[in-house]
Design a protein around this ligand. Structure first.
Ligand code: ZN
Length: 114
């Protein structure tokens, strides 16, 4: 499928995708492979998976990131004049999405959406 090009080598090269495309180091099928990786089901806690990038069996590293829902809850709290509570959605992990990454190669595994 990748014709000898491993995705992890592209991630570690540090070059932007557009620059790699200009240099013809990757092609459109490589980009589709990266977008297909987003469909791996994950939960709110670290999961044990086989990494699609490096092929190792890993326990995912998670990062909590604010989503549109987080901002919406903050706006609702602001409009309802509950000003001391406006920052609450940003301080609690339950109002944020959970991104999963491989601890070995930092490859993106998936997102759990609250
Ligand atoms: Zn990996």
């Amino acid at each position: 499928m990748l014709r000898g090009i491993r995705p992890i080598s592209l991630l570690r090269s540090g070059l932007p995708v557009a620059k790699l495309l200009r240099q013809k180091k990757i092609n459109a099928s490589t980009i589709r492979l990266f977008s297909n990786m987003e469909s791996i089901p994950v939960g709110p806690v670290p999961v044990q998976r086989k990494c699609p990038c490096c092929g190792n069996s890993i326990v995912s590293r998670i990062e909590h990131k604010p989503s549109a829902k987080t901002h919406l809850i903050a706006v609702i709290l602001f409009v309802s004049l509950c000003l001391p509570c406006v920052f609450l959605p940003y301080c609690t992990d339950t109002c944020k999405n959970v991104d999963h990454y491989c601890p070995n190669c930092n490859g993106y595994l998936g997102t759990y959406k609250h």
